[in-house]
Ligand binder design. Structure first.
Ligand SMILES: *[C@@H]1O[C@H](CO)[C@@H](O)[C@H](O)[C@H]1NC(C)=O
Ligand SMILES: *[C@@H]1O[C@H](CO)[C@@H](O)[C@H](O)[C@H]1NC(C)=O
Ligand SMILES: *[C@@H]1O[C@H](CO)[C@@H](O)[C@H](O)[C@H]1NC(C)=O
Length: 307
């Protein structure tokens, strides 16, 4: 049976240093919190993310290895602060966008996701493995800081012109085997790229280049340095253990595993340790450790990885 404290320990070790520049802003939080919730049907972790003007909060799947935030822009994305960077702009280079888009003449009126001379990025749905060319876009994003003194989280903080991908609705297409949590509008990528959620938040808000993720039924993603005061008087940054995250050639996070225990029992492995394994939040149903030989594939829920 899953032991939530072990589980918290397991995932609280996923702390990353991101390479990005820092820019100032008038109010400087040291950390931000994004509550997440595990969907009981799909076992995927979802977060409500607030964007647009007027503000709209929508559920997104958290994708640890996702390259950026992408969302369904059909049929009616409405926001007065939506912008699509022109081809060749610094935003397009930052996003590594190579495509330059034109909107079909059957769609004479520009709308979010369909402009001429804007750059295109490939959004990937990691559950269905479908991908789609999407317009690189910018819009306001709101996040909640953790106040420094604080027993409580502060009022929302606004990040103007946050970069994301405006994807077609077809990317959220579900089948019997590719089920998404109800109402999900996209995926929020936390991957090691220059426009992933943690990287943009760090660079735009001057946060330390770190994030932590605790994946429980009610979990959190924490951006920046501690204190991580998520409950009155409790700074959880003190109880976290840290492990360096490596980045694979495919641009995915991995950790080195020294031993695996399930319910305090060491699991014998046929592989020589240490091994490196990819870690992911979007393998549906259960978090598994791959790259182990056949029968050694482990369900990590309730397991403790010592790295
Ligand atoms: C997201 O918002 C919905 C509706 O307001 C709420 O029921 C749900 O608990 C929220 N989820 C998270 C992870 O905050
Ligand atoms: C984009 O350009 C094409 C032709 O180059 C034109 O037919 C179309 O109406 C333009 N679309 C928008 C949204 O400007
Ligand atoms: C996932 O793990 C939970 C808890 O260990 C277990 O109850 C459930 O049956 C597993 N689901 C699948 C699809 O293996």
């Amino acid at each position: 049976m899953a032991n939530s404290s072990l589980y918290l320990h397991l995932f609280s070790t996923l702390v990353l240093t991101i390479i990005s520049s820092t820019q100032g802003q008038q109010f400087k939080p040291t950390s931000l919190v994004l509550p997440i919730h595990k969907d009981p049907t799909t076992q995927l972790h979802i977060a409500n993310i607030t964007q647009r003007t007027p503000k709209l909060s929508l559920p997104f799947v958290i994708d640890l290895n996702g390259r950026f935030l992408w969302e369904n822009c059909d049929p009616r994305y409405r926001s007065s602060t939506y912008q699509a960077p022109r081809c060749g702009s610094p935003q397009c280079s930052l996003a590594g966008a190579r495509a330059c888009l034109t909107c079909p003449s059957s769609r004479p009126r520009p709308r979010p996701g369909c402009h001429n001379n804007t750059c295109g990025v490939t959004s990937i749905n990691p559950v269905s493995h479908i991908s789609a060319l999407s317009e690189l876009a910018e819009d306001t994003l709101s996040v909640r800081p953790i106040t420094n003194s604080g027993s409580n989280t502060g009022p929302p903080l606004t990040v103007p012109r946050f970069l994301f991908a405006c994807a077609p609705k077809s990317l959220l297409k579900q089948t019997k085997t590719n089920v998404l949590p109800k109402g999900v509008q996209g995926f929020a990528g936390l991957g090691p790229t220059s426009i992933a959620l943690p990287t943009q938040l760090s660079s735009r808000l001057g946060l330390h280049r770190k994030f932590a993720i605790c994946l429980d039924y009610d979990g959190i993603v924490l951006f920046g340095d501690g204190p991580y005061i998520v409950l009155p008087g409790i700074d959880i940054s003190k109880s976290l253990s840290y492990t360096p995250l490596a980045i694979t050639r495919e641009g995915e996070y991995s950790i080195g595993i020294i031993s695996i225990q399930i319910n305090n029992k060491k699991v014998p492995l046929s592989t020589t340790l240490p091994i490196t394994t990819k870690i992911s939040t979007v393998i549906p149903y259960n978090f598994t450790v791959g790259h182990l030989q056949g029968r050694d594939t482990i369900l990590c829920q309730g397991a403790q990885i010592r790295a």
